[in-house]
Design a protein around this ligand. Structure first.
Ligand code: PLP
Length: 389
């Protein structure tokens, strides 16, 4: 099997599993317990927090461990918007982009439905980029928060986060970014990005599913979503997933250490892959920005097919990929992201995304490119439904 669906998830890295093992077995204490085992667990947790903070270039106290990217997004968006509104009831708008992951979009919609917020959605251009010019008109006195993702999970487009964050700051508005897909590929120092909040998920970079990190800058108010025993400095109650925290620390360190060389190597492979597919599949459309994109994502529409049928044919040929985001898989509705970049519904329904993990085998990527041509050819000759070229 050639696994080209790393944007959906990745296997746990051996080093990560080995780091978790003692925490799950011998050193299994509850960090809140007042005995030696508890103190050891608290020390392990503190150490993991410091290591994550080092990767992000922030203070350990600014790191909250969460159950993943979705929770980190929820905490940043609902937490900051509600806390700011509590301090100033006039703050009742939230700004997001038109290509956000559902974890961001639905958090914002929740604020709209239950807390009287208005939701402002900034349009993107045809390549999925949010420009400063597009964002500017949405930044008003009533805006509680801006949330714009670092890199898109479906089309790989990377945003100019620093520029957008600085623009929000000119209006005294805090800025959150969902960096779930960026982690392991792009620089993550929060000061360089100029963000006030950042979300990361473990399972996209070799940690297990169910662990993540929210960076919340000190003095950025954030209301907790989960109430209870006051863990995580009151920001997220519940007995801590100590092994998950250790996994996050290890996965982020390993990911960051090889991010630059792997981004370069995999970026070259991605270019080869894209060139091959565009040259050999008639009418193939590359979605997302031509160059300002994750090194790990090659996303296409294949008019004249259906994304699902290409996916099935590829799986028969031994290539595993995705027809869009894992969250939208199985849904007949075309992706909101593809509609936001201006694709017609019937074209958007022909989307296929290939995403590579760090360490991906070059030969496998090359073989997969040839198999894409075969798969699309077969599906087209079978007369599958979908947008006409
Ligand atoms: N944000 C983005 C951009 C994602 O791609 C994902 C996962 O697909 C998430 C958030 C959600 O992360 P998790 O699966 O850890 O909840």
């Amino acid at each position: 099997m050639i696994f080209l669906d790393a944007a959906a998830t990745t296997p746990v890295r051996r080093e990560v599993l080995e780091a978790m093992w003692p925490v799950l077995t011998a050193e299994f204490g509850n960090p809140s317990s007042h005995h030696e085992l508890g103190h050891t667990a608290a020390d392990i947790l503190a150490n993991a927090r410091s290591r994550v903070a080092k990767v992000l270039g922030c203070r350990a106290s600014e790191i909250t461990f969460t159950s993943g990217g979705t929770e980190a997004d929820n905490l940043a968006i609902k937490g900051i918007a509600l806390a700011r509104q509590a301090g100033n009831p006039a703050l009742n708008r939230v700004v997001i982009s038109a290509v956000e992951h559902p974890a961001v979009l639905e958090s914002a919609r929740y604020l709209e439905r239950f807390h009287g917020f208005a939701l402002d959605v900034v349009p993107v251009d045809q390549s999925g980029v949010v420009t400063a010019t597009a964002l500017r008109p949405f930044l008003g006195e009533k805006t509680a928060l801006v949330s714009i993702m670092y890199a898109n999970n479906e089309i790989g487009t990377v945003q100019n986060i620093r520029e957008l964050a600085e623009l929000a700051h000119q209006h005294n508005i805090p800025f959150h970014s969902d960096a779930v897909q960026a982690a392991g590929w792009l620089p993550l120092k929060v000061n360089d990005l100029s963000v006030d909040a950042l979300s990361i998920s473990g399972h996209k970079l070799g940690a297990p599913k169910g662990c993540g990190v929210a960076f919340l800058k000190s003095r950025t108010p954030a209301e907790p979503l989960i109430h209870g025993g006051g863990q995580e400095r009151g920001r997220r109650a519940g007995t801590e997933n100590v092994a998950g925290a250790v996994a996050m620390a290890m996965a982020l360190e390993l990911g960051a250490a090889s991010a630059a060389p792997e981004a370069e190597r995999v970026g070259v492979l991605r270019e080869e892959f894209i060139s091959h597919v565009l040259a050999s599949v008639p009418n193939a459309i590359l979605t997302g920005h031509r160059s300002q994109r994750l090194p790990s994502v090659a996303s296409f529409c294949f008019p004249g097919t259906s994304g699902e049928s290409v996916l099935l044919e590829l799986e028969r040929l031994g290539v595993v990929c995705s027809s869009g985001s894992a969250c939208a898989a199985g849904s007949d509705e075309p992706s909101e992201v593809l509609l936001a970049i201006g694709l017609a519904r019937e074209i958007a329904q022909t989307a296929v995304r290939f995403s590579f993990a760090q360490g991906v085998d070059a030969e496998q990527v090359r073989r997969a490119a040839a198999l894409v041509t075969t798969a699309v050819g077969r599906v087209t000759s079978l007369g599958a439904v979908g947008g006409e070229p």
